[in-house]
Write a protein that binds this ligand. Structure first.
Ligand code: PEP
Length: 255
């Protein structure tokens, strides 16, 4: 009804070597062969070592999957040992880059400032950031959910032009729901999505906030996926653990 094109993304985190990655994508492709999934875009976010092999596989078999990355650094090149730039990813036909995942914020100390710079760098290479925001269990308990979501959206997006802002994907990922099995209710997902859209509306106006796609992420399974996908304001899913099994991820995509 919204006219926004659904995006279902699989975040593999630090799992699978490149041989296992190829197998999983082949299995997923065959598992979906009789399914009309043209109503959704599917993006796959493997570890960096698997991006090139999957690019070759997806392009040679003309698979209907978009290639994604889990992170990038904000500088285009230079003395940043161990990092990978947005321009390197775009050369591999990566379309979506996850930015500001809670694991990166928590374990690697990424601040809103760093996340904002990464968002800019992804856009500068004509790719699309999937910006992750969401409150921890403690923040939720302390009644800070609105404040945290608003701060993270504003922190990452305030410096964008309206034109770029309208192209971003934001994933509402309550931290307490990630990898815990504690999936948010449809009401939680709806109110998170609404808060995000409200803040984007404040920053850029309604035209932009209506265009932005918002995913829900956090312990999504084939059982919870249909209701979450039917939730007001939710335009797709960011799936971690359940995207590591071809049959399970295919069931989520089938809806
Ligand atoms: C994620 O990593 O973004 C995620 C939502 O993980 P999981 O589905 O495993 O909770």
């Amino acid at each position: 009804a919204t006219g926004r094109y659904r995006l279902i993304s699989g975040n593999w985190k630090m799992n699978l070597n490149h041989l296992e990655a190829i197998q999983l994508v082949q299995k997923l492709y065959f598992g979906l062969r009789d399914v009309d999934y043209s109503f959704s875009e599917i993006s796959i976010h493997p570890p960096a070592t698997s991006i090139r092999p999957l690019q070759l596989l997806i392009e040679s078999d003309k698979m209907r999957f978009s290639l994604g990355a889990q992170n990038c650094f904000y500088e285009p090149s230079g003395a940043y040992t161990g990092e990978i730039s947005a321009s390197m990813l775009s050369k591999l036909n990566v379309k979506y880059v996850i930015v500001g995942h809670s694991e990166r914020r928590r374990i690697f100390g990424e601040t809103d400032e760093v996340v904002a710079a990464k968002v800019q760098s992804v856009f500068s290479e004509a790719m699309t950031p999937i910006l992750c925001v969401g409150e921890t269990a403690q923040e939720r308990q302390d009644g800070l959910t609105d404040e945290v979501i608003t701060r993270q959206v504003r922190g990452a997006m305030a410096e964008l032009t309206g034109e770029l802002a309208s192209k971003i994907v934001v994933a509402y990922e309550p931290v307490w729901a990630i990898g815990t099995g504690a999936v948010a209710t449809s009401d939680d997902a709806a109110s998170g999505a609404q808060l995000i859209r409200q803040e984007i509306n404040t920053l850029f106006g309604q035209g932009v906030s209506n265009s932005v796609r918002i995913q829900y992420g956090g312990s999504v399974t084939p059982v919870s996926a249909p209701e979450l996908l039917a939730t007001e304001g939710v335009d797709g899913l960011l799936v971690g653990g359940a995207s590591l099994d071809a049959e399970t991820f295919a069931r989520i995509i089938r809806g």
